[in-house]
Design a protein around this ligand. Sequence first.
Ligand code: GLP
Length: 241
Amino acid sequence: MRILVLDNYEEISKKAALMIASQVMLKPNSVLGLATGDTPLGMYKELITLYNKKEVNFNEVRTFNLDEYYGIDRENPQSYYNYMINNLFNSINVNRKNINVPDGMAMDVEAVCRCYENKIKEVGGIDMQVLGIGGNGHIGFNEPDVNFEAQTHLVNLNAQTIEANSRFFKSIKDVPIKAISMGIKTIMNSKKIILLANGIGKAEAIERAIKGKISPEIPASILQLHNDVTIILDKQAASLL
Ligand code: GLP
């Protein structure tokens, strides 16, 4: 596990964007695992800047998002699909047919999850997976008490996550209580992982994930067992290490 502690959010965003761009330069048809939330927004902006400067070309890239709320459709402004379109895909030349986000309106959830896993396998697995981290140590939507063996599946969001994500909704009652998420096994099968965290609110989760015991209580702690993880932190997020 490599740990990079940088001065501020801008620096971590730039560093992460450069890592993704390098991955795509080395392997133009890379399979990228992408995350949502506030944390990667700066990184996506930097990637768009690199694309506009013609430093990186996404036309062969395939993407798989980590998760999607269950019960809201793609066009919903709160969907993670919509987030990706607005914050990245609309501004780069990724081919829409190469974008994959779990279908939050799936009727047959199990079939959709199986299909997602199969598709990831068919393209040769995820080359580089981007992660944020929840204040409770979740990655994707793999909440505490996680099953480390799970693949893409339907999850129940816990109260802390619903509360944290209510900032994006009109009221806490509008926050979906379930989501479809890649499982820990899906994430651990990625060839490379980069995890970004900034701000004091993430310091405890980062400390427990990196220095604590590997435990389902802190889903991100499993990353200690992956052989190619880079954790990119600002000073606040690293303050308890
Ligand atoms: C969300 C997402 C995660 C994300 C996390 C942190 O619930 N499912 O993928 O990493 O919460 O979000 P933020 O970056 O906004 O703090």
